[in-house]
Structures are given as C-alpha cells and as structure tokens.
Design a protein around this ligand. Structure first.
Ligand SMILES: C[S@@+](CC[C@H](N)C(=O)[O-])C[C@H]1O[C@@H](n2cnc3c(N)ncnc32)[C@H](O)[C@@H]1O
Length: 218
C-alpha cells in the first residue's frame, strides 16, 4: 500500500460519502491563496469530527489550532441551534482567513476565533465544553490536556490530532519536540484516572498518522 493508494481511496470516499461542499473546498482554496500551510485535517477526518460532535449532542465546542477554519467549519456544522464553537489561533493572519471562511459558510454567528497562544487563552474561558479538538503545537499537548480537563464535565470528549506521526511515537529516544509532546500526553493520559482513552492509527491523503480520543469519566 502506498501514499498514492491512500490518496485515491480518500478521493473515492470523499466523492461517495464524505462530500465536502463548496464552503469547505472554498476554505481550503482561501487558505492556499493566503499562503497558509496545507496542514488541515482531511475531509474524512473533518467529517468524523462532525459526526462525533453530533452523536454526543455537543452544544459547546472548543478547538485549539484554527489555521484557515477548515476543521472549524466541520465542527460548527455539528452544533444544534444555540450551540457555539470557540477556536483558538496563535496567528492573526490564520485567524483572519478562518473568520472569512466561517462567514462564507454562514457560521459567523456560531463560531468565534480568538487570537493568542492557546495556553494564555484557555484560562480566560468558562467551561464546561462538551467537545474539544486539539490541533495546535504538539509540544503544548500535555498543557492543553490539563487546561481542557479543567474546562470539561463528565462525558466531555477530547480529540488530539497527529498522535502517531509516521510511527515515530514509539521512539523513546526522539529529540523531536512534537513527538516528545505527544509521548508526554500519552504518559499523562495513562496516569489520569479521570479519563478513558484510545488512539486510532490512520492513513489517507495526509499520510500515516493517528488521533487520540478520550472521554472524561463520570
Ligand atoms: C495543524 S494547524 C490546525 C489545522 C486546523 N485544525 C484544521 O484542521 O483545519 C495548527 C494551527 O495551530 C496554530 N498554533 C500553533 N501554536 C499555537 C498556539 N500556541 N496557540 C494557538 N494556536 C497555535 C498554528 O498557527 C496553526 O494555524
């Protein structure tokens, strides 16, 4: 199996059942045009986030790492009437692109992008949030975990992206700060009795990686 196959299968699945619409494709195009890096989740991953949030009836969603707003659109579309998404983004330029794409998707009223470092912004938020998607700097994941736990309730769901990293996650001698951050998060989750977690390895148009999902215990 090769990257070419994974990409072709993602394309097939996108056309058959994932079906990203013009607002989603437009947000990727706007990100490209503005020179943002092409590191948004895939359509299949975005749809998974949407389905998870819908399945649990999430009314308040917190995202850390907005980029151009692609995953934010998927997440905000999961909200019921009266629901709200807050997304934290370090880069003012990324936030500006994201706000424009959210507005074009008709989500300006339900999705708010706040600019700043996630760790600075988290303490300014009031919980609880039902669903968290953490996709910013991986070094910060252990701190984001603590911060999000403080804003959670029993039954809240957290999803952390990029938690397998081409399999580098099993390298205990790594000096890569992103891998070290992910490994520290696994250690912290393992030592935290208030959560139940799993991780799923994935392949697709963005290569080989995986996501970690956890539920805050009742
Ligand atoms: C992988 S991208 C997010 C992709 C987005 N979730 C999507 O799928 O469409 C990571 C984003 O996190 C932002 N970021 C990096 N460090 C951050 C920090 N300390 N606080 C908040 N955002 C940060 C980056 O500027 C970048 O836009």
């Amino acid at each position: 199996m090769t990257q070419r196959t994974w990409t072709a299968v993602d394309d097939y699945l996108d056309q058959r059942i994932v079906r990203p619409d013009d607002a989603l494709s437009g947000s990727l195009a706007a990100s490209r045009a503005a020179g943002l890096p092409a590191i948004a989740v895939t359509a299949a991953q975005g749809k998974l986030l949407n389905l998870l949030a819908r399945a649990m009836g999430a009314r308040r969603i917190l995202e850390i790492g907005t980029l151009g707003g692609y995953s934010a659109i998927w997440l905000a579309r999961a909200l019921p009437p009266g629901g709200r998404l807050i997304s934290l983004e370090y880069s003012p330029k990324h936030a500006e692109v994201a706000r424009a794409s959210l507005a074009r998707a008709g989500l300006a009223e339900v999705a708010e992008v706040r600019v700043g470092a996630g760790l600075d912004l988290l303490p300014q938020l009031s919980g609880p949030f039902d669903f968290f998607f953490i996709d910013a700097d991986k070094e910060g994941y252990p701190d984001y975990f603590r911060g999000c736990l403080a804003l959670s309730r029993p039954g809240s769901v957290m999803v952390f992206d990029n938690m397998v990293r081409d399999g580098e996650i099993i390298d205990d001698r790594t000096s890569d700060p992103d891998v070290r951050g992910a490994r520290q998060l696994y250690d912290d989750i393992a030592a935290e009795p208030r959560v139940s977690a799993t991780s799923i390895q994935t392949v697709g148009s963005k290569g080989y990686d995986g996501f970690c999902m956890l539920v805050v215990n009742g």
